[in-house]
Every structure is written in structure tokens, then in C-alpha cells.
Design a protein around this ligand. Structure first.
Ligand code: FCB
Length: 444
């Protein structure tokens, strides 16, 4: 392919705190909603939790060496709120900040740019006990937490993501109950979604004040919806799914408010919206973070919810997500052309396959390698069409705790043997390093 990636393109990998750190009782960290959720039998498929995870809290230097060994120039991680303000609001735990301080310094020493996400789902349980994100006071608590983190790290971290995937928090956590806090409450889900966006909007100016010159944005998850046929009924069903899955959060961030029909598609109680909220949410940012894994294919069913169909002959990953890189291309063009996104980063993209080491200890994950190659080609093609894509963070550096799925789903370019915590770079990881090297400017 004719390479379109600019010389200052960010080439990274992504992780999140609860999925890799472990050390849940160390240095003053308090309980998060994920500790609580995982402790309830039946919530996590393999009965596991993030209590140990990849033990990254103790092995982080080795993990950063791995990032450096691939010549990546960027690393996306998240900060655990329960380490920083254990009771959710109030006193700051300096030891919690110290951990990320060391991490950031060590990244910079290795020539890797830190990209920090402030909320990747691990709310302090103390706040959930007061209603969690459905309680407007949690917005205020998030802003105070953001202030504490960015005051300490804002001189060195110049890339901030406020919230990761608010849709997943609202829907999977509060409507479908498959993620913490495990609720099945449509009106709570609607209110949670709105408060997450207000929290984002209020946090942006705080980050800008504490971290001059930083790039600040939000990361949304996208699963583009395609109709199962050209029939009008299927096209309308796909549009309905798209509205709920993709436009819910995209529209307000781009100043378009919530679409008509959004709330009534799942709740009789639209959220409470205070005067000024929609302006707060539409605060100008520096980029849109795009998490993309797959698409959905949708069929209309008479007198029922739209149905999701599988395509015969298509490849599906271990999480049953169709491998369909064209959807990433289409999505990037849509975000640029229809929404006017000025700058975008792929903040997550990757695939779970059930890899195992062979007799020689190699993990030849050809399906993941091909997935990466084809999705990077989609990025390249989108850039050739004028899409302002400025970076790509592969999910994930390590196999890790995949939320409700536990440890069975392996997304890493590094294999983790959980019994010994030994890390082994998979063939896809080696390939990614080569790909990045071939695209980095020649060092003089
Ligand atoms: C995304 C999450 C990330 C990871 C991937 C597979 O929704 O942001 O933490 O679990 O899915």
C-alpha cells in the first residue's frame, strides 16, 4: 500500500487500570465497582476478578520495556480513581498518584508519549453506594478527581481522554447488567449516560488549565450498523440500531443534542437535563477517540426489536465479533464528512483469539496479525481520502481481564501465562513492531 501515515503519527498500544494492574489493596487503593461486581458469583464467566490481573502494578517496568522494544512512540493507560481518591470524593491519596508519576516519567525516559484516560470504568464503590453516575454529585466528584490528577501529571502528560466508552458504561453496566454495577434500569442508564457526558464537558477546561498545551478529548465506541438487505424495513432497522448504539453519544458531543426518539427507544423516563448541559457537553475538544472492533448486521422483525444476524462464511473472533475492516473505513469517512471531526485517533482496535504457545513457545496468532494488517490498511485508505487520523492504539499490549468474560478472551499482542505472569510477545506483536518501524521517520 501507498503509506499515508504522517511522520508524527502516534503508534501505540492501549491498556486500562482494572484490566492489568491487580494490587487492589495496595498503597491505599479502595474498592471499585468492579471489585464488588466481580465478587458476586455468576457475574464473571470464569468466576475471576481483577484482583491480580497481569500484576502490572509490580511489573510495570518490564511492561514498558516491552512497549519500547516495539519502537512504539505512544502508550495509552488509564488511571484508577480508587487509588487517587479512595472514598470517591475528598482526600487525595498521594501514594496512588506516585504510581502514575513513576509510570509517566519512565515512559518519557523511554521516548514514549503517555496518553492517560481518566475514567475507564473503575468507579470507587463509595460513590456507587450514593447512586453512582445516576447521582449528579458524581459529576462534581469526577471534576475534583480530574483536577487532582492533572495538577500532578499535567506538566508531563499532554494527551488526555476524559471518559472511555460512555455507552458501554450506561448500557452494559446499567441497562443490561453485564458490567458493573450490574443494574437493569432503563431510566438509570439514560441518566448515567447524560451525567458521563456532563462530566466530560466539565472536566475539559480543568484539564486545559492544569495541563497547558495538552490535547484533550473523549473516546466513544462505535459498532456501525449495516442492513441485512436493501429492503427499506431492514434499512430502517439498521438506522434504529445506529441511533441507539452510535449516535446517542456522538450527536451531543458534536453539538447536535440527543436525537428525537432516542429515549423512547428504551425508556419511558428521559434523563434530567439542566440548563446549559448541552453546551457543556459540546465543549470544543482537540480530537475524537474512536474505539472500533466490529460492525453489526441488522434485520427487521415484525412487531419486535431488530435482530442481529451472522453472515455465512464471514470470520468471527473469539468474542463473536465479525472481522469487517471496511466498516472502520466507512466509519472514519462518516465521522469526518458528516460530523466534521477535525482530528481523530483510533484509541482501541484489536481482536480476541484463543492463542496458545506451540511446542517451541511461539504464539503464532496469524488471525490477529491479519486482523491488524487489514484494519491498518483501512486506516491508510481513509487517510488517503482526507480523513484526519493522527494515531492508532492497538488493544491490547497484554492479554488481560476482559470484564464479564474474565481471562478466557485474549486480546493481547503479548501472551500472559497467568500462573507465572510470564509475558511472551506473540507473532502479531512482532509484526506490529515491524510495521511501525517501517512507518516511522528515518532517524538521522
Ligand atoms: C472495549 C473496552 C476495553 C476492552 C475492549 C475489548 O470496549 O474499552 O477495555 O475490554 O473493549
Amino acid at each position: 500500500m501507498n503509506k499515508q501515515f504522517s511522520d508524527n503519527f502516534k503508534w501505540g498500544v492501549a491498556t486500562s487500570a482494572y484490566q492489568i494492574e491487580g494490587a487492589i489493596h495496595e498503597d491505599g487503593r479502595s474498592e471499585s465497582i468492579w471489585d464488588r461486581f466481580a465478587s458476586i458469583p455468576g457475574n464473571i464467566k470464569d468466576g475471576s476478578s481483577g484482583a491480580v490481573a497481569c500484576d502490572h502494578y509490580h511489573r510495570w517496568e518490564q511492561d514498558l520495556d516491552l512497549v519500547a522494544s516495539l519502537d512504539l512512540n505512544a502508550y495509552r493507560f488509564s488511571i484508577a480513581w480508587p487509588r487517587i481518591i479512595p472514598t470517591g470524593r475528598g482526600a487525595v491519596n498521594e501514594k496512588g498518584l506516585d504510581f502514575y508519576d513513576r509510570l509517566v516519567d519512565s515512559l518519557l525516559q523511554r521516548g514514549i508519549e503517555p496518553c492517560a484516560t481518566l475514567y475507564h470504568w473503575d468507579l470507587p464503590q463509595a460513590l456507587q453506594d450514593d447512586g453512582g453516575w445516576a447521582n449528579r454529585a458524581t459529576v462534581e466528584a469526577f471534576v475534583a478527581y480530574t483536577d487532582a490528577v492533572t495538577r500532578r501529571l499535567g506538566d508531563r502528560v499532554k494527551f488526555w481522554i476524559t471518559i472511555n466508552e460512555p455507552w458501554v458504561v450506561a448500557v452494559i453496566g446499567n441497562l443490561w447488567g453485564q458490567h458493573a454495577p450490574g443494574l437493569h434500569d432503563p431510566s438509570v442508564a439514560a441518566q448515567v449516560g447524560h451525567h458521563l457526558l456532563v462530566a466530560h464537558g466539565q472536566a475539559v477546561p480543568v484539564i486545559r488549565a492544569n495541563s497547558p498545551g495538552a490535547e484533550v478529548g473523549i473516546t466513544l465506541n462505535f459498532t456501525p450498523a449495516y442492513p441485512a438487505s436493501d429492503q427499506l424495513t431492514d434499512r430502517l432497522a439498521a438506522a434504529q440500531v445506529d441511533l441507539f448504539t452510535n449516535q446517542w453519544f456522538l450527536d451531543p458531543v458534536f453539538g447536535r443534542g440527543y436525537s428525537d426518539g432516542l429515549w423512547h427507544s428504551f425508556t419511558a423516563n428521559p434523563p434530567q437535563i439542566q440548563p446549559g448541559d448541552m453546551e457543556t457537553i459540546a465543549v470544543p475538544t482537540d480530537f475524537l477517540g474512536v474505539n472500533f472492533y466490529s460492525r453489526s448486521v441488522v434485520r427487521h422483525v415484525e412487531d419486535s426489536q431488530p435482530q442481529f444476524v451472522q453472515i455465512p462464511g464471514a470470520t468471527y473472533t473469539d468474542t463473536d465479533w465479525e472481522v469487517y475492516p471496511n466498516a472502520l473505513y466507512d466509519l472514519l469517512l462518516r465521522l469526518h464528512r458528516d460530523y466534521g471531526a477535525q482530528k481523530m485517533y483510533i484509541t482501541e482496535n484489536g481482536a480476541a483469539f484463543s492463542d496458545q504457545p506451540d511446542a517451541n513457545g511461539y504464539i503464532n496468532d496469524e488471525q490477529r496479525r491479519a486482523y491488524l494488517e487489514n484494519h491498518l490498511a483501512a486506516c491508510n485508505a481513509a487517510i488517503a481520502q482526507g480523513v484526519p487520523l493522527a494515531g492508532y492504539y492497538l488493544w491490547s499490549l497484554l492479554d488481560n481481564f476482559e470484564w464479564g468474560e474474565g481471562y478466557a478472551k485474549r486480546f493481547g499482542i503479548t501472551y500472559v501465562d497467568y500462573a507465572t505472569q510470564k509475558r511472551t510477545l506473540k507473532e502479531s506483536g512482532k509484526w506490529y513492531g515491524e510495521f511501525v518501524r517501517a512507518n516511522l521517520p528515518v532517524k538521522v
